[in-house]
Design a binder for this molecule. Sequence first.
Ligand SMILES: [Zn+2]
Length: 509
Amino acid sequence: MELRFLGGASTVTGSQYLLVTDRAKVLVDCGMFQGSPNESARNRVPFAFDPKEIDALILTHAHLDHCGLIPHLVAEGFKGPIFATKGTLELANLVLIDSAKLQQEFADRTARRARRDPARAARDERRGHKALDAALAAAEGTDPEALLRAQTPHVHLDMGAPLYLEADVVRTMALFKPLAYSAEFAVASGIRGTLFDAGHILGSAMIRLTVREGGTDTTIVFSGDLGRNDTPIIRDPTALTAADHIVVESTYGGREHEPETEALRVLSETVRLVAERKGVMLVPSFAIGRTQEVVFQLDRLIESGAIPHLPLYLDSPMASKATEIYRHHAEYFDDETKALLARTGDPLDYPGAVVTSDVEASKKIRDAPRPYLIVASNGMLTGGRVLYHLRDLIDDPSAVILFVGYQGQGTLGSHLQQGVKTVTLMGESREVRCTIRSISGFSAHADESELLAWIGRFAKGKKAGDPGFPRTVFIVHGDPEAQRALEPKIRALGLTTKVPAWREVVPLR
Ligand SMILES: [Zn+2]
């Protein structure tokens, strides 16, 4: 039995883990690589396996970096079941249709530009292929199978072409098998699975797989993206206590979130500052999870009189649709939100929020009378409508960009957080004159103490060799710096750790 780390290894995107046993091949997540060109080029590297040979796929949650390559997998021949919660199924449909559209738009734009400016297009293409070559070289380092595949001519494909079309998404959605939390199901020959609430976004799950081989059971727990206790709207992550191997995310290794009170203080102070300056507050936000939580908090702050009621533009059609899905799934809400729902009717609603439906309405926001607030996706400024607002506001001293989520290494968002004075924005060099602020207290990810507390329960009251004491903790889904910080602290719990490299194959003992 072995685990292959095909994405989300030493990076926060592209989650993809393959479990191979004597009898089955099961994939956990199949996410898109996002961020820098070198990162996203990995989406073009051929799969490290034949998609037709995969028996089943289990999806932890609907964020693009966990589900974004599934239609590509299906287009390449995968026909097995896709297990996920009902909430994940509905959100994934939204995310994947949007992704197919964005890819088509990008392809059309690239083709138009190539006609207008062939020299620049050729330059872009060379740059794209250089990134692809680097990704292929990284893949070759650990997987001889990939090396062989990399030599096939179809790798040198059109870097701008969509990875999949809407039709592939439709075929993908037909493969989904919606499941409830905590109910064991048959995954593939010799493998049973159970989903538990991960407390990250609506429908998010951690996965426990039990593999029967030679008369013994081996249990592997995948944390998925691990949420936090006491965050609004959804329930807390499940505390599990036994596994033979753990695959745990590490996004916030080495870092602690500020307390929620501090996050709310910064949020209200920023809204008041923008009101005073007659400025604009732009919140780059993930359409699913963060947007609902930020709107929820703003609504509470207005209710308590902590902030003035400024106009809010929700400029993300996907976020609005996601909020609708949240509203239809109150069964996933925590007790506090259920109570609020009974009392106020709709805790996910900002009074008088303007929801933009098309690009024209989005462009008109800039002419609105100030002050006002915009929440737009995507959260790491790697694309989406938020970039157009950023272009309007980047050198405007009365504007504030407020980050509320993790900014992956090398992304524009992370450069801005580090305080760079000039940035390249949509091909232009621009001066940064707006205010940049960050709030980590609204994160959908556990911080270091919370990660350690979750992992610690597996070791508590046991010692190495005891049943249920993990033999390996695989640290995934984190930038290298975070993983370096977290690893010694997991070892200090008496556990054996491993930080797998991209495409590394590790036998499970
Ligand atoms: Zn996520």
